[in-house]
Design a protein around this ligand. Sequence first.
Ligand code: NAD
Length: 449
Amino acid sequence: MTATTARESRTQQSETAAEVVGRLRATFNTGVTRPLDWRVGQLQRLRALLVENEQELTEALWADLRKNAAEAKAQEIDFTVADIDETLANLENWLQPRPVEVPAHFGGPHTTAYTTYDPLGVVLVIAPWNFPLHLLIDPIIGALAAGNTVVAKPSEISVHTSAVASRLLRQYFDADVLTVVEGGAEETTALLAQRFDHIFYTGNGTVGRIVMAAAAQNLTPVTLELGGKSPVFVAPDADVDETAKRLVGAKFGNAGQQCIAPDYVLADPATAAALVPALRAAVEAQFGSTPQTAAGFGRIINERHFDRLARLLDSGKVAVGGQHDRDDLFIAPTVLTDVDPASPVMQEEIFGPILAVVEVADLEAAIAFINDRDKPLALYAFTTSEDTKSRLVNETSSGGVAWGQPVMQLLMPGLPFGGVGESGMGRYHGRYSLETFSHLKGVADVPLG
Ligand code: NAD
């Protein structure tokens, strides 16, 4: 039996949460996680895990969410590998101490000051079910790159993907570096009672509050990657056919179960009237006239979410789609019009294949509508007007913004990803992940002589 398999059997949920964290803290305290080589080695393991097990992972994603193989590979594997590669290519540079200019009156010419990234210690990563692989692995990239040990808690709802990912993480990683704890609220509650050095949570705001309250007991910093209702403003100057095509592509992937999916459209009555038939045509072009048989259209994760979404179909006039089949967890790509802002579909994050169209008088009214509600994770607009873009970006608050192509703010290398207000706190991806999982330490060095 190899050392790793021996440790594996020791960590098949037989340890208490306190033992797991104690063991990972002991590893961290040896200092082994600090050198660049160690970090690079861990990232290479993570990369190998994804690349070598692509087929098994994409099959699990199909079983959970009916994600077709191409979508699963692109969004959950390749996108994650790209983040690893960016980190591997830049980590040495990112970790260099950054000199700070020393004012003349602070000492002689030999006085220096710099900043350096310090690892935090033991990090807890709690993942959701909607991108069950990517959202589990992506924070781990930053945690390991920053020189931490990790407890990974996959979502119990995406049963197939979480089982495969857990087994592979145990197989590829020394359990004294990364330990997987499977389970739901009970197991997570036991973990949250421990002292971590950072908690990275992706999911809904109700549990986000539980996580933050638990973290407060130990003054543990948190990153909360939450959701919300992401609006789309379609301006009168937008090409409605192109807008509809891009909206449909961004909205109905993963059957709308994306934190940054366009949630509702704001448009003036004339623009809305032109957009709706264009949306109908775009849905048909992308998924055919019977989306239930389209290979590229996913399913709702479970009955509870299906029932929640089915109830929302009454919140407006069904202008596109509306068909649903509980036995198949299928809800067609749907567009609701005549949606009253007070209706149920406008009271919660939709998180499914329903797009609500809400009519507003103009840009001014759209900005007021957005600012009257919780700060969303994303704000989108389709317009050719720089003035409209400038007003939207400067007069509203959201986690991120994309003009012309929803989801681009997430995919674009170099951009931070995270929410604000009700949509979360903190940010990650690339260099921002290193910052999230490190302490930026200031050092002043005054010569003795
Ligand atoms: P979920 O039900 O899988 O829950 C997320 C995690 O919280 C799971 O690991 C689960 O075990 C844990 N959990 C559940 N109840 C708990 C409790 N009482 N105490 C402690 N832990 C508990 O996923 P979800 O919350 O349904 O995910 C969907 C939400 O996540 C949506 O709001 C979506 O917008 C948001 N989301 C955000 C992002 C982002 O990057 N900002 C990405 C994906 C999803």
